[in-house]
Design a protein around this ligand. Sequence first.
Ligand code: MF3
Ligand code: CO
Length: 253
Amino acid sequence: MIARSENEIKKLREAGGILAVILNDVAKKVVPGISTFELDQYAEEAILKSGSQPSFKGYRPWGVATAYPASLCVSVNDTVVHGLPSQRRLKEGEIISLDLGLEWQGLFVDAALTVSVGIPLPEIKRFLEITKHSLDIGVEKARVGNHIGDIGAAIADYAEKAGYSIIRELVGHGVGEAVHEPPQIPNFGRPGSGPLILEGMVLAIEPMVSLGKFDVILADDGWSWKTKDGSLAAHFEHTILVTKEGPEILTKI
Ligand code: MF3
Ligand code: CO
């Protein structure tokens, strides 16, 4: 969306603040032995307690046959995004991406992060840090007068120089008045390409990065996107507002 009123901007800021706190609380619950279902339950209860609504539950992305059945996406190890909560218990050394969205007074925000279960190996710690930083680098390009392609170009340049691959089949998106809105925001591209970035745009920027190759496949559950080569994948996402002064991260803790 393009936020045109002070009232919309105020509500978006509130929504982002609520989501940031809840997502970080969910991340703190990630310990060996917890199930992904328990994480989803915790996230859903926290959202409802805040007076907002889970926006993924019941949502049907374009091209998908069924509605998403949970509030939180839990993507473990080689799952890139949209993993379904289950009774599966997390084990020391695994990584998990937590992706959460909510609706607050008619406005939608979306955020994700990847954490390790227990203490990560140094190469996994580096992988998560670099993917996280690639998000900051992309956000920095979300400025009035730039193009959407500038965001992905900067993300890919940084992540690929570090030795990782950018997932190409999954993209960021506009957000604000629905879970997904135009424009699509690829995490790679040519500087200066794509739509012009305008003041008031609300964007979900979300690099998805693989430790191996970038090819992905949709799993039999119809939701989970996994790396084809089985390598680990990480995912960080913020909802941002493009202001005259630059990008404002709405989902920052
Ligand atoms: N944050 C997710 C995305 O941008 C939204 C998932 S909606 C769901 O793709 F329904 F697939 F969960
Ligand atoms: Co998103």
